[in-house]
Design a protein around this ligand. Structure first.
Ligand code: NCD
Length: 367
């Protein structure tokens, strides 16, 4: 069903497709041996232009556990990007070597650009402070396992809601379900971007409230999604140091939470959750990280069309195919300096929502 698709936003898959993916994840967890050769002659490229431990290694472990092989790089210094190669050209070449690619890049919209120029399925493994859909698959699978539903939930999101791409993707995904209330817990400087607020406002089944006080917010939530303050996205280190300890979840705060509340965190944890909380049965972030590999196994299988037999999507050998890569027209600019269109000036400007929004990074654009 997902054969040949890309995953750039979590909503690139319908809720039914997500449920099928999670059912496949259930099956893989129950009988991993049955999938051990599903991707025998297939290659995953991991293109990591930004640091990662869990995401890259869980992708690589996922492909290897499916019998496939992995190639790629773990930082941009070891890629041709340092020589000035465009992302479009890099992904075209990778399409000749691999069957599927996972890309992480500091520029917002980079994975979308890669997908536009790729001949193989592209998975967004994090594009700057924008989106991180495979973390969302992991988050959703954990919510499904621990709460048994995606509706009627109050979800507290705490910490760096401005730069935390996992927060943006999770909200984006949850906005499709019924009776979801988001409690946004952050200092004013780290509030969610406007485009995310607009998504909540446009979702008929969702609402939100802002409560910068974790002590009071924790009492009402079914899920508490903690995040670290994203040091690498700050232009001022002074500002980072001022905000980095805004929230620390400790056992005292946990006492005020519902007995069946769960704590999630995309990891890595810096100091926003004290070690003693790990022992609380409501702390689910380690099991959440474990699910990540299995969900990615299901994702790779589905995108390669290998859920029930040998993969049907194959990269390589596309000598005849050509790609468009027009030059920018210079009349419309994305205001977001971190947008991929402002870093790679060979990219055309692309807009959506009647020309008001940048298609790469979701920021408002100006004429
Ligand atoms: C997250 C990310 O990279 O955005 N990590 C991850 O992939 N699990 C969260 C973070 O780095 O804080």
């Amino acid at each position: 069903m997902l054969r040949g698709k890309n995953l750039i936003y979590p909503t690139d898959f319908t809720v039914e497709q997500l449920e099928a993916l999670f059912c496949l994840t259930d099956k893989i967890i129950a009988r991993p041996d049955q999938y051990a050769n599903s991707c025998n002659d297939k290659i995953l490229a991991t293109l990591f232009f930004e640091p990662s431990t869990r995401t890259r290694l869980s992708f690589e472990a996922a492909m290897q556990r499916l019998g496939g092989k992995v190639l790629g790089f773990a930082d941009s210094a070891s890629s041709s990007a340092t020589k000035g190669e465009s992302l479009a050209d890099t992904i075209r070449m990778i399409s000749c070597y691999a069957d599927i690619a996972a890309i992480r890049h500091p520029a917002e919209g980079a994975a979308h650009v890669a997908a536009l120029h790729s001949f193989i399925p592209v998975i967004n493994a994090g594009d700057g402070g924008h989106q991180h859909p495979t973390q969302t698959l992991t988050d959703l699978y954990t919510i499904r396992a621990k709460k048994g539903r995606f509706h009627d939930l109050t979800i507290g999101l705490c910490g760096d809601l401005k730069y935390g791409r996992t927060v943006h993707s999770l909200i984006h995904a949850m906005c499709r379900y019924e009776n979801i209330h988001f409690v946004l817990i952050s200092p004013p400087e780290l509030q969610v971007p406007d485009y995310v607020i607009r998504e909540i406002e446009a979702a008929p089944g969702c609402s939100y409230s802002v409560d910068p006080d974790l002590d009071s917010a924790i009492r009402q939530v079914d899920i508490l999604y903690m995040t670290r303050v994203q040091r690498e996205r700050f232009s001022s280190q002074e500002e980072y140091l001022r905000l980095k300890d805004s929230y620390i979840l400790d056992t005292q705060k946990m006492q005020n939470a519902k007995p069946d509340m769960i704590v999630l965190h995309p990891m890595p944890i810096v100091n926003e959750i004290t070690g003693a909380v790990d022992e609380d049965p409501r702390a689910c972030y380690f099991v959440q990280a474990q699910y990540g590999m299995y969900v990615r196994m299901a994702l790779i299988l589905s995108l390669l069309g290998a859920e029930d037999g040998p993969a049907t999507v194959c990269g390589g050998r596309m000598f005849e195919k050509t790609c468009q890569n027009p030059r920018p027209n210079g009349t419309v600019h994305c205001k977001n300096p971190k947008c991929v269109s402002n870093l790679d000036l060979t990219l055309p400007i692309r807009v959506k929502d009647g020309g008001k929004v940048c298609e790469y990074c979701d920021a408002a654009i100006e004429e």
